[in-house]
Design a binder for this molecule. Structure first.
Ligand SMILES: Nc1nc2c(ncn2[C@@H]2O[C@H](COP(=O)(O)OP(=O)(O)OP(=O)(O)O)[C@@H](O)[C@H]2O)c(=O)[nH]1
Length: 190
């Protein structure tokens, strides 16, 4: 499930992942909730992700609350060009604590890193916040496709491992994977 303030890029992130495209132009806010499926090949096994895209607007909050309970994973987004969306992450975490399962897989994403000129939230600020709450963290760009597949693949790997209740000592480590594989924005050109 994708959560975060209105306009941070949840729908665009999902469309980028699902269709490999970017929705340029007019911003059409999600009404209530929507979902898309995508099947991923994770280490030779097919994993079907059902991804719920929630409306960030306050007036739909009661609708989205009902979906937290069944979510296995949450991608919590802020927009690096919008300080308020970053400041609201704490409030989102409180909401997640209240409505989601206690063992839900959670990842923090700072989106729109392609907009370097407008950036107001530094990468280090995101890293610091993520560390404080023990969350895996990446910066993304739905526009450029930076780290988008990686974010969903990391979630799929973690969920696959959990569903198989692997006892192997070599089991998948979400934090390490994201740290190792997450690419910095400077690597990615239009
Ligand atoms: N530059 C840039 N713009 C983006 C990116 N992702 C989304 N946007 C733009 O941000 C605006 C909002 O994107 P959405 O994906 O609709 O935002 P949302 O979080 O789904 O918003 P709600 O449905 O209201 O919760 C749109 O104008 C997008 O074109 C990105 O990675 N880079």
């Amino acid at each position: 499930m994708l959560v975060g303030d209105s306009g941070v890029g949840k729908t665009c992130l999902l469309v980028r992942f699902k269709d490999g495209a970017f929705l340029a132009g007019t911003f059409i806010s999600t009404v209530g909730i929507d979902f898309r499926n995508k099947v991923l090949d994770v280490d030779g096994m097919k994993v079907k992700l059902q991804i719920w895209d929630t409306a960030g607007q306050e007036r739909f909050r009661s609708v989205t609350h009902a979906y937290y309970r069944d979510a296995h994973a949450l991608l919590l987004l802020y927009d690096v060009t919008n300080k308020a969306s970053f400041d609201n992450i704490q409030a989102w975490l409180t909401e997640i604590q209240e409505y989601a399962q206690h063992d839900v897989v959670l990842m923090l994403l700072g989106n729109k890193v392609d907009s370097a000129q407008e950036r107001v939230v530094k990468r280090e600020d995101g890293e610091k916040l993520a560390k404080e709450y023990g969350l895996p963290f990446m910066e993304t760009s739905a526009k450029m496709g930076l780290n988008v597949d990686l974010a969903f693949t990391a979630i799929a790997k973690e969920l696959k491992q959990r569903s198989m209740k692997s006892t192997s000592e070599l089991h998948f480590q979400l934090h390490d994977y994201v740290k190792r594989e997450g690419r910095r924005a400077s690597c990615c050109r239009p």
